[in-house]
Design a protein around this ligand. Structure first.
Ligand code: SF4
Ligand code: FE
Length: 486
């Protein structure tokens, strides 16, 4: 297994075409806009343990060869594994207060493990063996993979096959004896620039006539033909300006997302896990999405733990930590966070073995988990801002805090209660600002898919006819109960 440092060093000197703010970035590793996300991902290699329990969470035993591996490369072998995943993500979120990115590729490996098995069983294809070889390669080299699902989609009213510009969905442009050539783009790719590998999957269900879009494959992130454009985030220019104003200078905000363009990229057959099997596009999307939605009551609860702590600290610094309305709001924040954790644990405990042998979460409960995140994290952030006060929106710069003329004035007029320095109050206020601002909340809303995507899956899995029959029975509308009551 790699250490955190070995992971960071392994990212250096790759020949990738990366752009940010109109400039080509030759070496993202030491760039201030990229480094916080790299630091967060590095913790998936070496999570500083709280205790023996979290050490146990970080590793697993490979079902392929019995070796001890990083859990982020593991194929879940039990519901206990699914629960361990959630607990690991929460522990990591507590350390980073941000996204650590590596779950997306982990979920892609597990989803493909399940779907390639089913595909081979039904169609007689030979994808699962290739996928198993790939999983072994990822485990042995302890690689960070990004899972690439979201296509640009162009005109959302049109399916892939009817787009005026076919490149709006990833598609094959050439097949040869050696492999395939693909074209398109994936948007919002978490941790893409600092991953070793990119695992591509389709983004939507497909018609029989859309075979060129039914694609899953994996390639190294420095494959020729890939172009990365790194996204902006709220207050990102602060990364080049100082330290305190960033709020969470070490780990940043969310995952360092990028647009990844595939300009006729070659993929050898041994890395192709779906090519033309349209009937399996929808199951792959659903299974991947459910695995990823399971996570959100893990990582986001860890992040919420930090935010709740920061809010309580700020209230204490401001002298109101014991006020009953503050304690009431903090209690509500805890309840909202633990509710998310309950959902993630529940969808894991109610997971089940698939034909492939990998364990899969309860998809209904996983989707409910993520839909709750789109509400609870906003409410938690609202309560944090309510308690913090207006200073998180109006604080002057850290340069003013240390300025010879106005620094002492800030020290006096932004003073906390006795015994607490103004700088301590400033630091915590900036952390609350970072964690409740624009990009952080958008991630809670749209990461792992937009709310409507969860609603579609919830309704599909809700078994409404069953609920209707229950009501009919009690209302005396079914034969069965009428007979009993007579
Ligand atoms: Fe992992 Fe959460 Fe980041 Fe998704 S948002 S990659 S689940 S830490
Ligand atoms: Fe995410």
């Amino acid at each position: 297994m790699k250490t955190a440092n070995e992971y960071i060093e392994s990212l250096r000197s790759r020949k990738m075409e990366v752009y940010y703010m109109g400039e080509r970035i030759e070496e993202p590793v030491d760039h201030p806009s990229f480094r916080p996300h790299i630091n967060a991902a590095a913790l998936t290699y070496e999570c500083p343990p709280h205790d023996d329990e979290s050490i146990a969470l970080t590793t697993a035993r490979s079902h392929l060869n019995g070796a001890t591996i990083n859990r982020f490369t593991h194929i879940h072998q039990s519901t206990e594994d699914l629960v361990s995943k959630v607990r690991l993500l929460r522990a990591l979120g507590q350390h980073t207060g941000s996204c650590f990115q590596r779950c997306v590729g982990w979920d892609a490996l597990n989803a493909l493990y399940v779907v390639t098995y089913d595909m081979d069983a039904k169609l007689g294809t030979a994808y699962h063996g290739r996928l198993v070889d790939y999983v072994r390669y990822v485990q042995e080299n302890d690689l960070m993979c990004t899972g690439a699902m979201t296509d640009p989609k162009g005109d959302r009213g049109l399916p892939p096959g009817k787009q005026p510009d076919a490149d709006q969905f990833m598609h094959v442009v050439e097949r040869s004896a050696m492999g395939i050539t693909v074209r398109g783009a994936k948007l919002h790719q978490t941790g893409a620039v600092n991953s070793h590998e990119i695992i591509v999957m389709p983004t939507t269900e497909l018609e029989l006539s859309e075979a060129d879009f039914a694609l899953a494959f994996a390639i190294p992130a420095d494959t020729p033909g890939l172009v990365y454009v790194f996204g902006r985030q709220t207050n990102d220019t602060r990364k080049g300006e100082g330290y305190l104003d960033q709020g969470n200078a070490r780990f940043g905000i969310v995952g360092g997302e990028a647009m990844v363009v595939f300009e006729d990229v070659f993929v050898p057959w041994e890395r192709v896990f779906m090519c033309g099997e349209t009937a399996f596009a929808a199951p792959l999307v659903e299974i991947f999405a459910s695995y990823h939605r399971q996570n959100y009551g893990g990582c986001k609860t860890g992040v919420a733990d930090v935010l709740i702590g920061a809010t309580a600290l700020l209230a204490d610094y401001q002298g109101v930590g014991r006020a009953s309305h503050i304690r009431d709001k903090i209690t509500e924040m805890v309840q909202l966070a633990e509710q998310l954790y309950c959902c993630s644990v529940a969808c894991s405990v109610q997971g089940a073995r698939t034909a492939s042998g990998a364990y899969f979460v309860d998809p209904l409960l996983a989707n409910v988990t993520k839909l709750n995140v789109t509400r609870n994290m906003y409410e938690i952030a609202r309560l944090a801002q309510d308690i913090a006060g207006g200073l998180i929106g109006t604080l002057p710069s850290e340069r003013d805090l240390y300025h010879p003329r106005v620094g002492p004035l800030m020290g006096k007029f932004f003073a906390a209660r006795q015994g607490v320095s103004t700088e301590a109050r400033y630091r915590v206020a900036r952390l609350v600002e970072n964690m409740t601002g624009g990009t952080a909340l958008v991630e809670a809303m749209h990461g792992a898919g937009s709310p409507q995507a969860q609603k579609i899956m919830i309704l599909r899995r809700a078994n409404l006819p069953h609920k209707t029959r229950l009501a009919q029975r009690l209302a005396g509308l079914s034969e069965e109960i009428n007979e009993v009551s007579r």
